[in-house]
Write a protein that binds this ligand. Structure first.
Ligand code: SF4
Length: 321
């Protein structure tokens, strides 16, 4: 399959205010992340909150200006593009937000919310717009008579469907799904995931699916990247990652996922990490995980491990390999 998105050595540093006599410091939210996603596929990006996964999504969509590295979308390097140059790409690259309760304007009815991108991007005539909005609301499993209502009249799951319809209105190709189900009841999470999967089958969308829910990521993704302290520490095809995880951090993360089968639960002993995630402000050299790693060696404090290819489907950043 052709590559939709290729990210190379992406960095996003935020300056941190310090006293007038102290040296300038930076928060390294994303510190050299590389991956690519094939067209029509889903890459899951996992890690604890604060690991930089949402910043990766926002930097790719150029909601932040990358500090370094490159973002190539369908063969075009968009890294240095200004607003004018980004205009055609803004439409193709959309985002579904985490919180369906705050991402919809409470003063607008559903029709106005979904119409917004159609009008802003002048995608069809005013006459055709109404039909298009009806089509979009039905695509996400809601009814045309919902269009006159306001966000507060809907449940969280319904609001997230409205958010998806709004993203679809721009006729995207690539969608960053930023924790799209984490604010929803477990009972309706699967419905939203099913809609995303159906839309991918129908329209060939490419997704970057950001989540801390490893079971859901396994279900929806073709490949998965694991982030820790702004770094991509393991990256593999989905079954390869879950069946043959290598990085000590990935092992602890996956060991925490509950399994239904009691025999398997006994086999998969939970690995509890000691200590907290270190501060991303001027992190010390070496492996970002070493303060919590049971296998750390002398080299781990000196050299930051590169993401190394283990086989065609698997890469890991760890001096053990
Ligand atoms: Fe642990 Fe060293 Fe591997 Fe980092 S590089 S995960 S500290 S063994």
């Amino acid at each position: 399959r052709e590559t939709c998105l290729k990210v190379t050595d992406l960095k996003m540093y935020f300056p941190v205010k310090s006293g007038i006599f102290s040296k300038a410091r930076s928060l390294k939210a994303v510190d050299g992340v590389s991956f690519s996603i094939a067209q029509g596929e889903t890459m899951g990006l996992v890690g604890e909150s604060g690991c930089g996964k949402t910043t990766v999504g926002r930097t790719i969509l150029k909601l932040y200006e990358a500090t370094g590295g490159s973002i190539v979308y369908k063969g075009t390097n968009i890294t240095g593009f200004d607003d004018q140059e980004m205009r055609p790409y803004r439409r193709k690259m959309q985002m579904i937000f985490q919180d369906p309760y705050t991402s919809l304007d409470p003063r607008m009815n559903v029709e106005a919310i979904i119409s917004e991108p159609i009008r802003a991007l002048k995608l069809c005539s005013e006459g055709d717009r109404r039909d298009r909005v009806r089509e979009l609301i039905q695509m996400v499993g809601l009814k045309a008579d919902h269009l006159n209502r306001y966000p507060h009249e809907f449940s969280g799951g319904q609001r997230q469907r409205i958010g998806i319809a709004r993203a679809l209105a721009a006729e995207p190709e690539f969608i960053v799904c930023d924790e799209p189900i984490s604010a929803l009841d477990v009972s309706i999470q699967a419905q939203v995931i099913n809609i995303l999967e159906e839309l991918q089958h129908k329209f060939g969308f490419t997704y970057l699916f950001i989540s801390h829910d490893l079971s859901m990521v396994r279900h929806i993704s073709h490949q998965v990247g694991v982030m820790y302290l702004g770094n991509l520490i393991e990256y593999a095809q989905v079954d390869e990652l879950y069946d043959n995880m290598l990085h000590p951090y990935t092992k602890s993360l996956i060991s925490a996922v509950p399994v239904a089968d009691p025999n398997q639960a006994r086999q998969n002993k939970r690995i509890v990490l000691q200590g907290d995630v270190p501060s991303p402000i001027d992190p010390p050299p070496g492996c970002p995980f070493r303060a919590r790693c049971a296998y750390a060696k002398e080299i781990c404090g000196r050299e930051k491990p590169e993401l190394k290819k283990i086989n065609d489907d698997h890469m890991v950043a760890c001096h053990l390999y």
